[in-house]
Ligand binder design. Structure first.
Ligand code: NDP
Ligand SMILES: Nc1nc(O)c(N)c(N[C@@H]2O[C@H](COP(=O)(O)O)[C@@H](O)[C@H]2O)n1
Length: 255
């Protein structure tokens, strides 16, 4: 595959995205029993080669990619596009980590690769940007900045959470026109269940892309955390594609 799967371009209207109305895609890979990881958050490779390649295409189509701090700690991901053909026109997205308390370990691959391969900066490696609570101490912020990450303090609600509905503003201020939210479970469920609409009346999340792998995990991490499956919105299927052994669904929130 030398260009993105046509259904992605067709059903993710990223060309319409602007900094004042960034496109928000929520995406994950799950088993038939709705799990995204094994016991204790052990990473499981669910996507086959075809759907994983599709995920890398989707990464390069977005300005940014966002994960929760637990996923960063458990998976130590690179969030790269190494499965795509080498091309100066294809860039990985800007990594954003949702990390209210600054638990980000300086040993994370996202940071160490950025620091140790300076020739690849701005080409294939981005400085990790960490979105934290504005209640975090300046001392903690300076320490992590000193390790090489960019820290972005934002307003939190009474429970210390960054309200999902504030994401479009945060993205706009950072000059990012689109984000692909890749997980994990807590992040996915919060963004999917956010009932606040955008200023134009549209749902917060524009696109939902789910890879379903024909496998059962059993005990493990669900798509939504246990007990938090209330208030999830109805979805409308825009497209289903078979990719190797997997099924990929593109949906929109139906409100
Ligand atoms: N199959 C797949 O496609 C994917 C699977 N995964 C899997 O998901 C698992 C991790 O999921 P999970 O444990 O739910 O963790 P997450 O990766 O969702 O991270 C959760 C943490 O992120 C912070 N956070 C989340 N939402 C907010 C918010 N609104 N405001 C502020 N902070 C927020 C909190 O940090 P704090 O606790 O500090 O408050 C929270 O505990 C891993 O096992 C990973 O392998 C991950 C991505 C994709
Ligand atoms: N699309 C997809 N399929 C799977 O089977 C997965 N386990 C994931 N996980 C997500 O990808 C991140 C790791 O990606 P890299 O190895 O860095 O490319 C992981 O942290 C999850 O966000 N995704």
């Amino acid at each position: 595959m030398t260009s993105p799967p046509p259904f992605l371009a067709q059903h993710l209207p990223l060309d319409k995205a602007t900094a004042s109305r960034p496109h928000i895609t929520v995406t994950w890979a799950q088993s038939l029993d709705s799990k995204i990881a094994g016991v204790g958050g052990k990473r499981v490779i669910l996507s086959g080669s075809e759907s994983m390649l599709m995920t890398h295409w989707m990464r390069t189509m977005h300005d940014a990619i966002m994960i929760g701090i637990n996923t960063l700690i458990l998976d130590d991901p690179r969030l790269q596009i190494n499965l795509l053909p080498a091309s100066p026109n294809l860039r990985p997205p800007q990594p954003l980590i949702l990390d209210p308390h600054l638990r980000f370990p300086p040993s994370a691959r996202l940071l160490t690769e950025y620091l140790t391969k300076p020739s690849q900066r701005s080409i294939s490696l981005h400085q990790p940007w960490i979105i934290c609570s504005d209640q975090v101490s300046h001392f903690k912020i300076r320490a992590l900045e000193g390790s090489g990450a960019r820290i972005i303090p934002v307003k939190v609600d009474e429970s210390g959470r960054i309200p999902p509905s504030s994401l479009p503003t945060v993205l706009g201020e950072l000059g990012l026109r689109s984000v692909m939210i890749e997980g994990g479970s807590k992040v996915l469920s919060q963004f999917l269940s956010c009932k606040d609409k955008r200023e134009d009346g549209s749902p917060l999340v524009d696109s939902v892309v789910v890879t379903v792998a024909p496998t059962f995990i059993g005990d493990g991490v669900g798509v939504v955390p246990e007990g938090e499956d209330k208030g999830l919105p109805p979805l409308r299927t825009l497209h289903t594609e078979t990719m190797g052994k997997d099924a990929v669904m593109v949906c929109a929130i139906d409100i």
